[in-house]
Ligand binder design. Structure first.
Ligand code: BMA
Length: 847
């Protein structure tokens, strides 16, 4: 078998036309290279972002010289493969133009056998400024297209928003949580591939029908051959093997092999079973010798998006292996503005954090990138389902032939690359475009249409339909038949009439509910606006003090300092946080306290939403908050900050997403309703212990309810009025503790207060911490208090998380937590915490 791959990763770069070459890192981007070479300051520090906008107006040049290893050069076929070029790239090999690339999301493959020499070869790539490249396209169109998050002013372009013309990550141009860094670079691997005779370039395991008793599959292979011959194809996996004789022809061959696996081990999302993965190996044999081979890893499962009319409207949920799955998770954005700095370890840390928080789904949101293979591989392994957007968000796009052709290639490249991943359960055309434009509602949407004549509106909408109603679904049905496609998120239905548009309150499709936050509606409305699938809703907070100090000096620690404002990209963000804080929480005593309080506020908001959605199961079958992570250090809706530190939200989410949990609905202030949420596939006998405790620790009353929680369900199990429960006790100084128990083990716990957090009468608690550091570097902490302590926050010197955090500590009820160190490989496991500080809300307010 003769197939050799050889990566080209020794590069230099310079501004095009300038003298001096400097070392570059490939894959990488020009901003990272400039920073590494000391040419620019840290782009994420202070207000540096504002001074670095010149970079995207220049052309950049990357170069490598190399001698091709003899055995590679001797192959009959040699190609140069680019997994990703960002974005307008002219490629020259030994002085000859071999490629002009124009889409960051495509892969490029050029035959170069005849261009290579035995001695030194020179590969040069000029990356033309994406700004200068696209300004003329805007001129030619004659009117601008909506691009809600393109921060063109910051980029020095006034209102000229050019992002929509480039097939390049939308968030590079800025977002309401992200900086504007319009990168250029060789952002994915470059390599030479040589082969002689025959090779298998692609192996797709198409899942035609999968059940617990049998998986009917088709292996689809692409085979390149430089001659005709008769071969034997052998396909194997885990003690299974099939063989078939195939006539291979000169050129490209598509070979299909249908087969069945009995009693397959299925792939399940986290919480429902093992995420079992099979590695299929295809080998092409001539006689006994293997001429070519290729492996593909996948998980066997059946996936359906169930949209069926019912009494209330129409369902919207993922059915996995016949089981309706309640989706729990968050929206994922790229982990960095300089995406190529994200290591596999950072991806692992994100996915481990998702699994640790009891999530089973992440949405790869359409303003970022089609993620790296590592991301999907980890989702496959950890049982995290992926809702995959195509990379279009909050904008209208041009529809000229070149653009459409580019999008078609992009879609096909990515569907082909990703289609074996069992984790991808849904492909979605775009983020929020259908609802923002609202073609059939004259005054609907985000008010975009009023800037255009009726003729222009029709053109813009026709261009939209060409991409999202035809081109993208065609790519799916051609390359991943059977995979589910949803044109836009949010959306009501696939029809083209006015009923299609999602708004809070619709009883079909998915919903982005932003009444809380963007519209200043109260948290209580999370109980009111519940759709069939809540694919977005969110609330901002600040990173913790330690994180803020990584991008701002001490003297900038005020909300309205230039630096803090530069790291708050949502114009009304700080105002909204303050407004809601005034309503729901006591006043923080200083800036550092404000940071903490903003996290508590966000966590409380998201808890209300998540639990309201779960309680509404099976009407509602999914809850994905906005947003999982950050791409740089910033105030944002994220639950994990840029440095990987879990905010209060992530700990709250972990509790609210527990597969078996208790939830208290006390929104109307009078009735308290207790719900048991069971996402597992078996019924559970549990008991619910309700204890009324004074802030000083005296237990006023206690009752235990023995219950049966049926499988995969949510049920109200008990109601009582607050007055009845409280009796004579003082509402300002009494807490209700609800514990869900099984076999003497506490599975879940919630606290409920009878007045708002502003009205409760906190006193300064004396929290005693007993710490054990065992010989194996494990740090465990038992916390006890003499007075109620709210949102107890442990912070460690070492990087890592605690098994619980931001919890309420009730006198007489000690809590034990363990520190989980963040390992270099991205996993979390027991480790030494270093010095640990314990605080609670009382430390951050004037008592
Ligand atoms: C949603 C997202 C993002 C945005 C977020 C917060 O609309 O799709 O575009 O960052 O809200 O405004």
């Amino acid at each position: 078998m003769n197939e050799i791959k050889w990566e080209l990763n020794e590069w230099t770069f310079r501004e095009a036309g300038q003298q001096e070459w400097q070392p570059a890192v490939v894959p990488g981007c020009v901003h990272s290279d400039l920073y590494r070479n000391g040419q620019i300051p840290d782009p994420y520090y202070g207000t540096n972002e504002h001074d670095l906008q010149w970079i995207d107006k220049r052309d950049w040049e990357y170069e490598t010289t190399f001698t091709v290893p003899g055995d590679l050069l001797r192959q009959d076929n040699v190609s140069l493969v680019f997994d990703g070029l960002d974005t307008y790239a002219d490629v020259e090999l030994n002085g000859r133009r071999i490629l002009s690339a124009d889409n960051m999301f495509r892969t490029w493959n050029v035959q170069v056998k005849t261009h290579l020499t035995e001695g030194e070869n020179r590969l040069r790539i000029v990356l033309r400024s994406p700004i200068n490249e696209d300004l003329p396209k805007l001129e030619r169109l004659g009117y601008g297209l909506p691009a809600a998050n393109d921060q063109s002013e910051l980029g020095g372009l006034g209102d000229k928003r050019v992002s929509v013309f480039a097939r390049k990550a939308p968030y590079h141009y800025g977002w309401d949580w992200g900086p504007r860094f319009v990168t250029s670079g060789i952002w994915r691997a470059v390599r030479l591939e040589g082969w002689t005779g025959v090779r298998i370039t692609d192996l797709f395991i198409r899942q035609d029908e999968v059940s617990a008793s049998q998986a009917k599959l088709t292996a689809l292979l692409t085979i390149e051959s430089d001659r005709d011959f008769e071969g034997r194809l052998r396909l194997s996996a885990e003690g299974f093997e099939v063989q078939h004789t195939e006539a291979i022809r000169l050129g490209d061959n598509t070979v299909r092999l249908e087969f069945a696996l009995d009693d397959p081990k299925l792939w399940w999302s986290r919480g429902l079973g093992d995420a079992h993965l099979y590695t299929f190996k295809a080998e092409l044999l001539e006689g006994e010798s293997v001429s070519a081979s290729k492996s593909a890893r996948t998980g066997l499962r059946s996936v359906k998006l169930k949209r069926e009319k019912d009494g209330a409207g129409a369902s919207f949920y993922i059915e996995l292996n016949g089981v309706p799955v309640f989706a729990k998770g968050a929206n994922h954005i790229p982990n960095d503005n300089f995406e190529t700095d994200v290591t596999r370890e950072r991806y692992r840390y994100e996915i481990v954090s998702a699994a640790e928080a009891n999530m089973n789904m992440l949405r790869v949101w359409g303003g970022g990138i089609y993620e790296e293979d590592a991301f999907y591989e980890l989702c496959d392994e950890y049982g995290i389902m992926v809702w995959q957007d195509f990379m279009f968000a909050c904008s209208m796009y041009p529809g000229d032939e070149d653009f459409l052709e580019s999008v078609r290639h992009e879609a096909e490249d990515n569907v082909r690359r990703l289609r074996n991943h069992p984790s991808i359960v849904l492909w979605c055309g775009n983020n929020e475009i259908d609802s923002a434009w609202a073609h059939y509602i004259p005054d609907g949407g985000w008010g975009w249409k009023k800037d255009y004549t009726p003729e222009q509106q029709n053109v813009i909408w026709a261009d939209y339909e060409a991409i999202f109603h035809r081109l993208l679904p065609n790519a799916i049905s051609k390359l991943a038949p059977g995979a589910e496609y949803w044109p836009s998120s949010p959306l009501v239905s696939l029809s083209n009439d006015e009923n299609q548009h999602a708004h809070p309150g619709t009883s079909e499709g998915d919903i982005h509910y932003w009444g809380v936050w963007h519209n200043s509606e109260p948290f209580e409305n999370y109980n009111k606006y519940i759709g069939r699938f809540m694919s977005e809703y969110g609330f901002q907070s600040f990173p913790e003090h330690k994180s803020v100090l990584q991008y701002a000096p001490e003297d900038a620690l005020q909300l309205d300092s230039k630096i803090m404002l530069a790291h708050q990209k949502n114009g009304r963000g700080n105002f909204l946080i303050k407004e809601y804080m005034d309503k729901y929480l006591p006043e923080p005593k200083d800036f550092v306290s404000f940071l903490y309080m903003s996290q508590v506020l966000q966590a409380e908001a998201m808890k209300s939403a998540i639990e309201a959605h779960r309680r509404s199961m099976p009407y509602c079958m999914g809850t994905l908050y906005w947003q999982m992570n950050d791409s740089w250090p910033v105030a944002s809706w994220s639950g994990i900050d840029y440095y990987g530190r879990w905010k209060a939200l992530h700990y709250y989410a972990r509790r609210s997403f527990r597969d078996l949990s208790v939830s208290i609905d006390g929104t109307n202030g009078e009735d308290l309703n207790f719900h048991i949420l069971n996402d597992g596939l078996s019924a559970q006998s549990v008991s619910l212990r309700l204890r009324l405790v004074g802030f000083g620790g005296s237990v006023h009353s206690e009752q235990v309810l023995n219950l049966e929680a049926s499988a995969n369900s949510a049920a109200k199990v008990y109601s009582v009025t607050a007055a009845e429960l409280l009796g004579e006790e003082v509402p300002e100084r009494t807490v209700l503790v609800a514990e869900l128990e099984q076999g003497g083990r506490i599975l879940d716990q919630r606290t409920h207060y009878f007045v708002s957090a502003r009205e409760i009468e906190l006193s300064a608690p004396n929290i005693v911490v007993s710490r054990t550091d065992d010989g194996e570097g494990r740090s465990t902490f038992t916390l006890e208090t003499d007075a109620l302590a709210k949102q107890v926050w442990l912070s460690a010197e070492a990087e890592g998380v605690f098994t619980d955090n931001y919890f309420d500590l009730v006198p007489g009820e000690p809590v034990t937590v363990e520190f989980q160190a963040r390992r270099e490989d991205g996993t979390l496991s027991h480790g030494s915490a270093g010095a640990v500080e314990v605080k609670s809300m009382a430390d951050f307010i004037k008592l």
